[in-house]
Ligand binder design. Structure first.
Ligand code: 13P
Length: 338
């Protein structure tokens, strides 16, 4: 393990005013996105769509890295340049999703899962590294309901996250450590804060136990928000305050940066929340975005399978808004101008 390489890569992933594009939807997940615009889920469409995202004007100005699905890591852009090469030539770091998804947890509650993908991971990481990947992602999923999460679900997911992270660092690949507390329940924001609190405590305890160097990771957490089905929705200031409180309690300052997932928040709220936290200032780590849906939803709709320039314009706008939020310089009025 080369700690300097890991640390330098992690710092570059959270460089000022830049964030990470999560374009690592599995073939099943991208089908759901394409279904929403009536596009067939073919390799040609996936390739054309991702080519559009990666060739957006000013992409490299706002984007430090891209999380790819395995198919895309080994794919070529429309001009036949290998995708990792196209990204690296722009100074954008290629990354790879390495987990194989959240599967039902044996003996757990109905909505509890454990993320799989550790078998053969050491060998896969070598293959991904040879293809140009310099960081990886593993997403653990924790739901909130009357029956969940159990300590059992939290523990097995934290344990797997740390095992993944240790294997990545052995290969000089920066692990994005993603413990996602889902925001789709009817719980209030207080419950989200409580669960996020215990989940982060478990994750950092496992990272320590499994000798993961915190200087060489990027944390990708959920924000502390009200459940989507909760009748009372907390405002931007409350989300920022609660999220920062829980992060300050659990994330050591050795961690170079935190890149949030968007988790189903609307595009503009995901931007506003990030901006409010950065406006608060005086933070021990960089705070940026690693959004999937909140960066892509508008671009996907504008593209609709054929309008490449419109798709790029929508993507460029969202990337720029989030880049401003990553330094606390976003204003709502900038959305109106666009
Ligand atoms: P969302 O921003 O759509 O939550 O996706 C981010 C991600 O990479 C989830 O693993």
């Amino acid at each position: 393990m080369n700690l300097k390489t890991l640390h330098d890569t992690a710092l570059a992933m959270v460089a000022s005013g830049k964030g990470i594009l999560a374009a690592d939807e599995s073939t099943g997940t991208i089908k759901k996105r394409f279904d929403s615009i009536g596009i067939e889920n073919t390799w040609a469409h996936r390739r054309a769509y991702r080519d559009m995202l990666f060739t957006t004007p000013d992409f490299e100005k706002y984007t430090s890295g891209v999380i790819l699905f395995e198919e895309t890591l080994f794919d070529k852009a429309l001009d036949e340049t290998p995708i990792p090469k196209l990204l690296a030539a722009k100074g954008v770091i290629p990354g790879i999703k390495v987990d194989s998804g959240a599967k039902p947890l044996a003996g757990g509650a109905a909505d509890e899962t454990v993320t799989e993908g550790l078998d053969g991971l050491r060998e896969r990481l070598e293959k991904y590294k040879a293809a140009g990947a310099r960081f990886a992602k593993w997403r653990a999923v924790i739901s909130i309901s009357d029956d969940s999460p159990s300590d059992y679900a939290i523990h097995v997911n934290a344990h797997a996250l740390a095992r993944y992270a240790a294997l990545c660092q052995e290969a000089d690949i920066v692990p994005i450590v993603e413990p996602e507390v889902l925001m789709d329940g009817d719980n209030d924001i207080e419950a989200c804060e409580e669960v996020t609190d215990v989940v982060l405590a478990a994750v950092f305890s496992e990272l320590y136990a499994q000798r993961v160097a915190l200087e060489g990771i990027v944390l990708k957490p959920n924000m502390v928000v009200s459940g989507a089905r909760c009748s009372e929705q907390a405002g931007v200031a409350e989300v920022a305050e609660r999220t920062l409180r829980v992060l300050r309690r659990h994330v050591p300052s050795a961690v170079p940066g935190i890149a949030f997932l968007s988790g189903g928040q609307s595009d503009e709220l995901a931007t506003a929340h990030l901006d409010a936290m950065n406006k608060a200032g005086n933070l021990p780590w960089k705070l940026t975005f690693s959004y999937g849906r909140a960066l892509q939803a508008a671009a996907l709709k504008a593209w609709g399978g054929k309008h490449v320039d419109a798709g790029k314009a929508a993507h460029q706008h969202r990337a720029k808004m989030n880049s401003l939020a990553a330094v606390g310089k976003w204003e709502k009025a900038l959305e109106k101008v666009a």
